[in-house]
Design a protein around this ligand. Structure first.
Ligand code: GUN
Ligand code: ZN
Length: 447
């Protein structure tokens, strides 16, 4: 793992959330400091406040980085993404079930080659950091070495990542199948190797109900008891044809979500991708269980899956924890700014307005809450892990011109959400270490 510099400080405008803007007025949720100093020690934010207040106490030895022309925000969190699907992102012409057969399973079969997995894991991690994403909940493939490749790369960057081996014991090509027993044993070994090693966290990963037998879903439930703090990820109610298939495969279950509940898979740190075609009862179940839903707007639009009812999900009467997922390769961008661009349009099509503060929340503190990691991720505040992104409001000629006409910080963030992407990420810090610098200006940056 990279050792972060002992002490580093960032200066510039800083913006993060301290409360839920789906429950409270935006103004009550923002922490905005126009000229902030963020002091980082041992990978954690030691102090944050107005530069004028904190600068006098600063040691002359500290590595002070000037980001006064940027906007400093918490690193983005991607609640749902598939690293092995980078090679087929943007594949033409199909909806979910056909898309899996035509593009996804063939791509994942190429991960039988461990060297291929290592190459793609390296590219994926770098692309995440270029997009300003510092934590992601990641599907690997059925091959255990695809998980080793991913965590080894994450450990090199010291990123806090959540990932796991896909479990599939039916309805997929034979080279991608395990069995309930083998999937259990391979997952248990990966948990022993990687869970809570440095910043890495393991996620039990049954792909979705159609590709697992009841025996395998039960084994996934048993795996969750192998260690403390394990995560679970799977897909839920993404596409009408898929929902119908699950009804046929599990006739005894009251709903798609109930298939997972019956196996003990619906609890805190469970993350269900998509949830486009769920009902009020499912929202209630997730609320009570503390389970999360991943809103994946670029994917739901690209695959024609439907419109996630975000504002219904987060209804303050029984709020469900919602994170923002890119779902690459079903999704079309690793940039959470682009996810928010599409999330705004999905909200508009369902009769709602997603404001900039709500958008920033989904990509940061809201995602951390959905993952039950909000005691350490998603904010710029003392004690929080120093995963930090510096956005550039002048990243492109159009952004440079447009942002001259922004009259508030909310307007600026909204324009960055709409027009921004990886080009708008100037620098990324992981546990206080400078890892990415778009302009390659500082020698201190590693990538
Ligand atoms: N459902 C089952 N597997 C997948 C996948 O890889 N991507 C998406 N978007 N949905 C799925
Ligand atoms: Zn997915």
């Amino acid at each position: 793992a990279r050792t972060p510099p002992a002490r580093i400080a960032l200066r510039g405008p800083a913006l993060s959330l301290k409360a839920d803007p789906f429950a409270l007025p935006a103004g009550d949720c923002l922490d905005h400091i126009e000229d902030a100093l963020i002091v980082i020690e041992d990978g954690v934010i030691a102090a944050i406040g107005p530069y004028a207040d904190l600068a006098p106490g600063l040691s002359p030895e500290i590595d002070l980085i000037d980001h006064r022309t940027g906007l400093i925000v918490p690193g983005f969190i991607d609640a749902h993404v598939h690293y092995p699907q980078l090679q087929m992102i943007g594949a033409y012409g199909t909806q979910l079930l056909e898309w899996l057969d035509a593009y996804t399973f063939p791509a994942e079969m190429s991960f039988a080659d461990a060297a291929h997995a290592e190459r793609v894991a390296g590219l994926f991690l770098r692309e995440l950091l270029r997009a300003g994403t510092t934590t992601a909940m990641v599907y690997c493939t059925v091959h255990p070495h695809s998980v080793d490749a991913f965590f080894a790369e994450s450990e090199r960057f010291n990123t806090r990542m959540i990932a796991g081996k896909v479990l599939m014991d039916r309805n997929a090509p034979a080279p991608l199948l395990d069995t309930a027993q083998r999937g259990f044993e391979e997952s248990a070994a990966l948990i022993a190797r990687w869970h809570r090693r440095g910043r890495q966290l393991y996620c039990v990963t049954p792909r979705f109900a159609p590709t697992s037998t009841e025996a395998q879903l039960d084994a996934a439930g048993a795996l969750l008891h192998e260690a403390n703090g394990l995560f679970l990820q799977t897909h839920l109610c993404e596409n009408p044809g898929e929902v119908e298939w699950v009804r046929e495969l599990f006739p005894a279950r009251a709903s798609y979500l109930d298939v997972y509940a019956a196996a003990g898979l619906v609890g805190p740190r469970s993350m269900f991708g998509h949830a486009v075609h769920v009902h009020e009862g499912d929202f209630c179940t997730c609320h009570q269980a503390g389970a999360g839903l991943a809103h994946c707007p670029t994917s739901n639009l690209f695959l024609g899956s439907g419109l996630f009812r975000l504002f219904e999900a987060v209804d303050p009467r029984r709020p469900v924890r919602v994170g923002l997922g890119t779902d690459v390769g079903g999704g079309t961008s690793l940039s959470q700014l682009q996810s928010l661009n599409e999330a705004y349009k999905v909200a508009a099509l369902t009769g709602h307005k997603l404001n900039a503060v709500q958008g920033l929340y989904l990509a940061t503190l809201g995602g951390a809450r959905a993952l039950h990691l909000d005691d350490r991720l998603g904010r710029l505040a003392p004690g929080y892990e120093a995963d930090i992104v510096v956005l550039d409001p002048k990243a492109t000629p159009l952004l440079g011109f447009r942002t001259d006409y922004c009259n508030s910080i909310e307007e600026l963030v909204f324009v960055l959400m709409t027009l921004g992407d990886d080009r708008a990420v100037r620098a990324t810090y992981v546990a206080g270490a400078p890892v990415y610098d778009r302009d390659r200006t500082g020698e201190r940056f590693r990538y």
